[in-house]
Design a protein around this ligand. Structure first.
Ligand code: PHE
Length: 465
């Protein structure tokens, strides 16, 4: 059976941007920004996207295109059976992320519908508290998942590519329109100020926490570490610069993310609510509350949550495709069987998250960061120490002069610097989950030794040895 490919270059880019732009930009980012000191978080997050996210994303694309396989098949193909576990980490990360993602997708779906009737206008806080977890949340999670399954089962070009080439431009246009309209609201200026002004003191005091949260979010927003970009790159037929594509994807994602911030923060402040109060529900309580008080609030609400729904769907599609491509490639399933199988699994795991705030919180905040970080560390060490020269060759394939110039610095970054940095945030993150604060020198030492040990083992197991 010949493997699917993207129809056009722009189709791949839009699908990848669709994967990147999602709840990460509109829901998780404002929530974390508010929790981590506003612009202090924004600055670190932008820096980490450039320094870690983009090279990491390219590292993932390299593996996907080189192998032309799903994550598990990719590592088997390129490194032999003993590296299949790296693909298994990706599958796990994908399952973890989609389990809570589709719960939030369900909330968004519900809010899109109830904006039309103004159901939550009178008492937004009570409304959200009544629907956030439990039977209703399970039902809407199932509905969101069903939509995801419906797109993915149509295939790479007829389903994913066709839908994302419509959705992504739609998201940009609608979000841009909202940003312009929001600028006319009284109080908007305070929102911009919170979003754009840097509190150096806060950053200095809380540097480590902000750093770990920002690193996790930089991976999350670029869809890196769960094999989604790897899988999308495996459908690339022609040779063109992965460095250029990866950079373009990140630039578009960041631009759309900043645009989303220009909508969300002024809206919050125009109502005089501090975004710090809301936690994961901020979007649904504070922001939704704003719609109730606005002229044409119902229309604005439907448009806003509709945009977010599109963004969430185009990301969920890419996560589901990780599991689906695995079942098709490795277990010889038809696309329909694979989609239903993966959908069935997520129906169960997502329902647990939809029923339990504790499970949801754990998955959405810390566990998601940890699995994505673990996944990316594995991918990059594989690039650096198993593929080695071949990774650079793949990086340079189809690339222009500039990309060939940066190929060596890129290689050093992904083989050494990024794994050590990511391992450091991983160790610190595990420490805070377990409630044992790990001092930075110790975390650095563990990261360096751990990465060196894994790199040495990987290099010895490389088939090119
Ligand atoms: N990048 C997506 C978002 O910002 C989430 C995502 C994470 C998608 C990991 C795929 C893989 O919403």
């Amino acid at each position: 059976m010949t493997r699917a490919t993207w129809r056009t270059r722009i189709g791949f880019i839009l699908a990848a941007v669709g994967s990147a732009v999602g709840l990460g930009n509109v829901w998780r980012f404002p929530w974390l920004t508010a929790e981590n000191g506003g612009a202090a978080f924004l600055v670190l997050y932008l820096a980490l996207i450039v320094a870690v996210g983009v090279p990491g994303l390219i590292g993932e694309l390299v593996i996907g295109r080189r192998s032309g396989r799903n994550p598990v098949g990719a590592f088997r193909e390129l490194g032999g059976d003993r590296f299949r576990f790296l693909g298994a980490i990706a599958l796990l990360a994908a399952a973890v992320v989609l389990s809570f993602y589709s719960v939030v997708g369900g909330w968004i779906l519900r809010y899109t519908l109830s904006s039309a009737t103004g159901a939550y206008f009178a008492a937004p806080g009570e409304y959200f508290a009544a629907i956030d977890y439990g039977l209703g949340a399970v039902a809407f999670h199932a509905a969101f998942l069903f939509a995801t399954v419906a797109v993915v089962h149509l295939g790479v070009d007829r389903g994913i590519e066709a839908s994302t080439t419509l959705m992504v431009p739609g998201i940009v246009v609608l979000l841009g329109g909202l940003a312009v309209w929001v600028a006319t609201l009284p109080g908007a200026a305070e929102g911009y100020a919170f979003y754009l002004s840097l509190d150096v003191g806060y950053l200095r005091e809380n540097f480590l926490d902000v750093l770990v949260a920002a690193a996790g979010q930089a991976l999350f927003t670029l869809s890196v570490g769960a094999g989604a970009m790897l899988t999308y790159a495996s459908y690339l037929g022609e040779d063109r610069s992965l460095a250029a594509d990866g950079t373009l994807i990140a630039v578009l994602n960041t631009a759309i993310g900043v645009l989303a911030g220009l909508v969300v923060f002024p809206l919050l402040f125009s109502l005089g609510v501090s975004p710090g109060q809301g936690g994961p529900g901020a979007l649904f309580v504070s922001l939704a509350g704003a719609f109730g008080d606005l002229p044409y609030g119902r229309i604005v609400g439907v448009v806003f949550f509709g945009v977010v729904l599109l963004a969430a769907l185009s990301s969920a599609i890419s996560i589901l495709e990780v599991l689906v491509s695995y079942l098709i490639d490795e277990h010889g399933r038809s696309r329909l069987q694979a989609t239903l199988g993966a959908g069935g699994l997520l129906l169960v795991t997502g329902s647990v998250a939809a029923a339990s705030p504790a499970v949801f919180g754990l998955l959405a905040d810390t566990i998601a960061n940890l699995v994505l970080t673990a996944g990316l560390i594995g991918f990059l060490l594989f690039d650096g120490w198993v593929l080695g020269r071949l990774a650079r060759e793949e990086f340079e394939r189809g690339a222009g002069r500039l990309a060939r110039l940066v190929s060596l610095p890129w290689y050093v970054a992904i083989a050494v610097a990024l794994p050590v940095f990511l391992a450091f945030t991983f160790v610190t993150g595990v420490g805070s989950v377990l409630g044992i604060p790990i001092s930075s020198p110790i975390a650095v030492a563990v990261a360096v030794v751990g990465v060196a040990a894994v790199a040495a083992v990987f290099a010895r197991c490389s088939p090119s040895e």
